[in-house]
Design a protein around this ligand. Structure first.
Ligand SMILES: [Zn+2]
Length: 211
């Protein structure tokens, strides 16, 4: 059997199991999705949003990219954010990074990863520059990298708050709350590291009128 054929076989078994637990499971999900959460996570195969949070299909709207970045010119991310916040009306947006992130580690080096990856990793290099002073205080490279993972999550949460999508929802409906979490590959545990409740003041240069 080819490796991908095993996936299709496992899918049949999973669907049957879900159906035996709740015969209406797929019928209900096919008619409506009302997730309470938007998850912006890393594409890393070891950090699956549903599994590590014990949630099932229908509970979390998901966007993933390398190193869980919120880039203000990323149409893909902004479309997901707008749909989740404005249409689905999620109550919480979670940016979840993870210790040992390859994207974060790559951005710490001077290696040329060629145009497309360089463009993406540049966003993390900017986080490093913003927090240079704190990061230079670490002597252990792994501890420094772990802290950068946390600071990156913090900056991406802040990037969410800079968007009109979030500011409009905050002004009109006092939601969603923004959360920055970091997942530990070594223990499977999620650590909350940063939070912005709906309406949290941000630097005024990022605020918009007439929302
Ligand atoms: Zn990663």
């Amino acid at each position: 059997m080819q490796s991908y054929e095993k996936l299709l076989l496992e899918n049949k078994a999973w669907a049957a199991e879900m159906k035996s637990d709740d015969p209406d499971f797929f019928k209900k999900l096919s008619e409506l999705q009302t997730p309470e959460f938007l998850w912006i996570g890393c594409s890393d195969s070891r950090v699956p949003a549903n599994q590590i949070t014990g949630t099932t299909p229908g509970e979390i709207f998901v966007h993933r990219n390398v190193a869980n970045l919120v880039v203000n010119t990323d149409v893909n991310l902004l479309a997901v954010l707008d749909y989740a916040v404005t249409i689905l009306k999620v109550r919480h947006v979670i940016v979840c990074g993870h210790y040992g992130c390859g994207g974060i580690k790559a951005a710490e080096t001077k290696k040329d990863f060629k145009p497309v990856l360089n463009m993406w990793l540049r966003n993390i290099k900017d986080v490093i520059r913003h927090h240079k002073k704190e990061l230079e205080g670490f002597t252990d490279p792994e501890e420094r990298s772990d802290r950068l993972v946390e600071l990156n999550v913090q900056e991406q949460v802040y990037n969410l708050a800079k968007t009109t999508i979030i500011q409009r929802a905050w002004k009109r409906e006092q939601r969603p709350h923004l959360h920055g979490w970091v997942y530990g590959l070594k223990d499977g545990l999620i650590k909350p590291v940063f939070e912005m409740k709906a309406g949290t003041p941000i630097d005024s240069i990022y605020e918009y009128d007439n929302l």
